[in-house]
Design a protein around this ligand. Structure first.
Ligand code: 13P
Length: 247
């Protein structure tokens, strides 16, 4: 089985207005040749504009969440079909900021993954332990449990990725050691193989949490790290390009 193509995805979170599209265009302009797939995931309000700004470039656009239902009376929510229609090809699901801030369970995340597949979006499914869970020695159990609960069997044969984002490393400047990252990524890979057989080796496992140009090379070359999900450093084209160049 060949190594999965790396994916470097930027999660803009609740940042960015139309003027910020200049950064997205600068990413596309500065990309050069890279072995990685590159994506930017802005707020839903910016997906259509960004998809238009990046059409005919190698940078894909993704959403940050979706509702499981395809349509209906769900004020304020966005369906996977709407995200796809706006021009996205990927969607981040189960981010810890959604799990913690919106009470999202593994079962809900799994239903959103099904919605993404229904709409033709490639899901990036996030998992990760809290600091308390890591201190209690529960990181591997928590993360592999989230993988089992959040990835439905219907993903078999589909394109997707898993992003390991330790909650305590997000936006803090803290990162796990390389052996700690490798331990979790290997456990995720073993779980994917248990769930999907050899096909469980085909998808990249991204690392996320305080990735920046200065630590990207070490993280991205760690065993079973198949890319990165980048928050703060994805807001500036120069920083995001620095991470992409470290692949
Ligand atoms: P930071 O890169 O800002 O730590 O955020 C990581 C993240 O949550 C990406 O989804």
């Amino acid at each position: 089985m060949t190594t999965p193509q790396p994916l470097i995805a930027g999660n803009w979170k609740m940042n960015g207005v139309s003027a910020s599209l200049a950064e997205a265009k600068a990413v596309a302009a500065g990309l050069g040749s890279t072995s990685a797939r590159v994506a930017l995931c802005p707020s839903a309000t910016l997906i259509a504009q960004m998809a238009w700004a990046l059409k005919d470039t190698a940078v894909a656009v993704g959403g940050q969440d979706c509702r499981a239902e395809p349509s209906g009376a769900f004020t304020g929510d966005v369906a996977a079909e709407q995200i796809k229609d706006a021009g996205a090809s990927l969607v981040i699901l189960g981010h810890s900021e959604r799990r913690a801030g919106h009470g999202e369970t593994d079962a809900l995340v799994a239903s959103k993954v099904l919605a993404a597949l229904r709409a033709g979006l490639e899901p990036i499914v996030c998992v990760g332990e809290t600091l308390e869970q890591r201190k209690a020695g529960e990181a591997l159990a928590v993360v592999t449990g989230q993988v089992r609960g959040s990835l439905p069997a219907e993903l078999a044969g589909k394109a997707y990725s898993v992003a390991y984002e330790p909650v305590w490393a997000i936006g803090t400047g803290l990162t796990p050691t390389t052996p700690e990252i490798e331990e979790v990524h290997r456990a995720i890979r073993a779980t994917l193989v248990e769930m999907f057989g050899e096909a469980g080796r085909a998808m990249p496992i991204l690392y996320g949490g305080s990735v920046k140009p200065s630590n990207a090379a070490e993280i991205l070359h760690a065993d079973e790290v198949g890319g990165a999900l980048v928050g703060g450093a994805a807001l500036k084209a120069e920083d995001f390009l620095g991470i992409i160049r470290a692949v």
